[in-house]
Design a protein. Structure first.
Length: 280
């Protein structure tokens, strides 16, 4: 049965979609069958894996509002056999309004994904950067939240808002929901503020912090414009190595397993992942 993980932060621009796309791809590289669900009406996770939104016949909107089976909408990725995607289009904006009158409107996503759970080991859901019915649906369906935090002050405010939201969801819709992973993004060890935010986050979240951080990386920023996860765009980049390290850490936390991905293309040269262990 799949572990459903929400990739969420109520502040935009923190690397949420980048994390959803590249963590899903990295899990697939680690040969863990993974479904990436794009629950953001912007559809950036959809285009980030090379899906043309203008050519889609069905998307997440049809699953949530019209009751179409998720299996009819899920797409496979020929480049990554272990990765599937449930895409989104701008139609999802209308779902917020149409769900208002629904009975048990906060549990529509959970029911929609129920049949798919048996086919995957991980389901990662890219949330909108806001608190609405779509986000509430995702949090009601998930067992855990992975929250990217950009290394700046306002990002810490965003995570405090998310913690309050999680508490409300726990009390009303999903008692088992918890933050079980916090990931620092856009990290630059040369900047004092980045080091301070990293130290503060590590002190507050403790073991829930991923030791690997995602650095500022040009290749990581370029990859979405080519419709590719960073592992397919530039396997030798520090961004690719960092997301792969995060995926391996996630698998160890969930499965207690140490794994060596067998599907990785060869890497020349030393490109270590970035860690905050001993930093700051």
């Amino acid at each position: 049965m799949a572990r459903i993980i929400a990739i969420a932060n109520q502040k935009g621009g923190v690397g949420k979609t980048t994390t959803a796309v590249n963590l899903a791809a990295s899990l697939a590289i680690c040969e863990r069958k993974t479904l990436l669900v794009d629950a953001d009406p912007q559809g950036n996770a959809t285009s980030g894996v090379g899906v043309r939104k203008d050519q889609l016949r069905y998307a997440l909107y049809d699953v949530l509002i019209d009751g179409r089976p998720a299996s009819d909408v899920i797409l496979t990725d020929a480049s990554l056999p272990y990765l599937d995607i449930l895409p989104a289009t701008q139609d999802l904006v209308g779902a917020e309004l149409e769900l208002v009158e629904r009975r048990e409107r906060e549990r529509v996503m959970r029911r929609a994904l129920e049949d798919a759970r048996g086919s995957y080991e991980f389901i990662l859901i890219d949330c909108p950067p806001s608190l609405g019915l779509i986000t509430l649906n995702v949090l009601a369906a998930a067992v855990g939240v992975r929250s990217p935090i950009q290394c700046e002050y306002y990002a810490l405010e965003g995570i405090s808002q998310l913690l309050n939201t999680i508490k409300l969801v726990q009390q009303n819709f999903n008692a088992s929901l918890a933050i079980d992973g916090v990931l620092l993004t856009m990290y630059d060890s040369r900047v004092n503020l980045c080091r301070q935010v990293a130290a503060d986050a590590k002190e507050y979240f403790g073991a829930r912090m991923f030791p690997t951080v995602i650095p500022r990386n040009v290749r990581l920023a370029e990859a979405p414009s080519f419709g590719k996860p960073i592992l397919l765009y530039d396997i030798q980049s520090v961004g690719a190595k960092s997301y792969l390290a995060v995926a391996q850490e996630l698998v160890r936390r969930v499965e207690g397993a140490t794994l060596i991905p067998r599907s990785l293309p060869p890497v020349s040269g030393e490109v270590p992942a970035v860690s905050i262990e001993g930093d700051a």
